[in-house]
Design a protein around this ligand. Structure first.
Ligand code: SAH
Ligand code: SF4
Ligand code: F3S
Length: 450
């Protein structure tokens, strides 16, 4: 075991992945080195509670840690994130766990870890919600990957009937615009070329008591003007908060990628109403039409829940019809599951698991078809690929090495580039698309990288 070493295990959404990266870089700045689980002095489990069996996932991770470390009491285990927020000090029943830090507590986790290393008998819990967006300590600075994620808010005020996020992440707290732009600038200086802005309901940026008068559309305009930025994206928008200005920007800002992950959840108005989503199917269609009018090539993806309490076969058919109508390039779909404390968990007309599963499979079969159509239609065209790293695919020709990256629609593209060109990570490569695979595209270089 190395004295100042850490290992982080991450579950959940991009915000969690981003939090884990932040924590890692702060620990590095404080002189810790990343290490395999077996050798780590500090082990962090950053948890998610949005879908099924989150507690079990955490317990099994804790079991794995116990095994890998032989239960060594000198190993400091920290549980952070949404399950930590939910279970709190209950987690101290696991002997190695000495830090429990919820969503807002994450910001002080580095100091808490230092303190716990000095005081072996101490346990600390950081479960309070702060009254504003707490700016965080800077991490170690180093070369950035081609894509940088930047938080613009914390929490969510929507209380969709099924969702635990407002309970685990707290109310919506917008970050100050200057701090968001500063993070973007820093990432671009460190080599990032694409920025993805993160929040649970990004269109509502600034519309809480912490807002500084800058709307989401204004924030996008300011971010798009930053030197060095080639691509701008964001997750997650909410159909009810996505206004005409947000839509129009897809036609106005060349850096704003023609791809939007727009959660639909269900296609039936009755289900949408019970979910508390505050839009109906007609409004969703109107929105996607407006997006396509602003940016005809825009690619849409979505999140869907099947088997929400009370969902009939007819309701479900409406989901299928709407998914087809919108032509999503991809989607994440889930069987509804009860989250403790949510309104839907108290609804009585739960759907049997086998019915849910059957609907899920039918929905996923439709999505496979739509996804394949979308990929097939791309073949023959050209696109720009931002290389993210080496690909395991065979480049198919001597002297070429296979690389992978994303095009402006977020599709995964494999492209062969000359071995002699060296490390292509972070380069943009004009690519001719020659073949569609199941979930990706194959291309050939069609221009000088930049
Ligand atoms: N803020 C984002 C993400 C929320 S969580 C949004 O509003 O879209 C990510 C996805 O998990 C949701 O879009 C939803 O499809 C799914 N999800 C959330 N709670 C769920 C539950 N109780 N059962 C099944 N899926 C759920
Ligand atoms: Fe959850 Fe709804 Fe907020 Fe998304 S918008 S995080 S689904 S409450
Ligand atoms: Fe999961 Fe919390 Fe993100 S519940 S999806 S880690 S906001």
């Amino acid at each position: 075991m190395r004295e100042r070493s850490y290992h982080i295990i991450t579950f959940g959404c991009q915000m969690n992945v981003h939090d884990s990266r932040w924590l890692g870089s702060v620990l590095q700045r404080r002189g810790f080195a990343e290490s395999p689980l077996e050798d780590a002095r500090v082990v962090v489990v950053n948890t998610c509670s949005v879908r099924e069996k989150p507690e079990q996932k955490v317990m099994s991770a804790l079991g794995r840690i116990r095994q890998a470390t032989g239960g060594n009491p000198d190993v400091l285990v920290a549980v952070t994130g949404c399950v930590a927020q939910q279970l709190g000090e209950e987690l101290f029943r696991q002997p190695q766990v000495r830090l429990v830090a919820g969503s807002d507590g994450m910001a002080s986790a580095p100091q808490a870890i230092e303190r716990l290393l000095e005081e072996p008998d101490l346990k600390l819990s950081l479960l309070d919600f702060t009254s504003r967006y707490e700016e965080r300590e800077e991490g170690a600075r180093g070369p950035s990957g081609p894509v940088a994620y930047v938080n613009i808010m914390q929490g969510c005020d929507n209380f969709c009937a099924y969702c635990i996020v407002p309970y685990t992440r707290g109310r919506q707290k917008s970050r100050r615009t200057a701090a968001v732009l500063e993070d973007c600038r820093r990432a671009l200086e460190d080599g990032a070329r694409e920025i993805c802005l993160l929040g649970q309901n990004v269109n509502a940026f600034g519309r809480d008591k912490y807002g500084d008068g800058v709307s989401f559309a204004d924030l996008l305009r300011q971010a798009a003007a930053l030197p060095g930025l080639l691509r701008l994206r964001y997750v997650t928008p909410h159909p009810k908060d996505m206004g005409p200005e947000d839509v129009a920007l897809f036609g106005e800002l060349p850096a704003l990628c023609p791809r939007l992950h727009l959660p639909l959840q269900a296609g039936s108005d009755a289900v949408l109403a019970r979910m508390g989503r505050k839009y109906d199917a007609a409004r969703f269609v109107e929105l996607t039409d407006a997006l396509r009018a602003a940016r005809p090539d825009i690619a849409l993806s979505t999140d869907l829940i099947v088997g929400f309490p009370g969902e009939t076969e007819e309701d479900f058919q409406q989901t299928l019809a709407l998914v087809r109508r919108c032509g999503f390039m991809s989607s994440f779909s889930f069987c509804y599951s009860d989250r403790p404390g949510t309104r839907a968990s108290r609804f009585l007309d739960k759907i049997a698991p086998d019915v849910q599963q059957d609907r899920l499979l039918r929905l996923q079969a439709l999505q496979e078809e739509l996804g394949q159509d979308w990929l097939d239609a791309r073949v023959g065209g050209e696109t720009d690929v931002l290389i993210e790293g080496e690909s395991r695919r065979d480049a198919g020709a001597d002297g070429l090495k296979s690389w992978q990256g994303r095009d402006p629609y977020g599709a995964l593209v494999h492209v062969g580039l000359p071995h002699a060109a060296g490390d292509m990570t972070g380069r943009m490569v004009r690519t001719r698309l020659v073949e569609a695979k199941k979930h990706s595209l194959l291309g050939q270089q069609a221009g000088e990288p930049w």
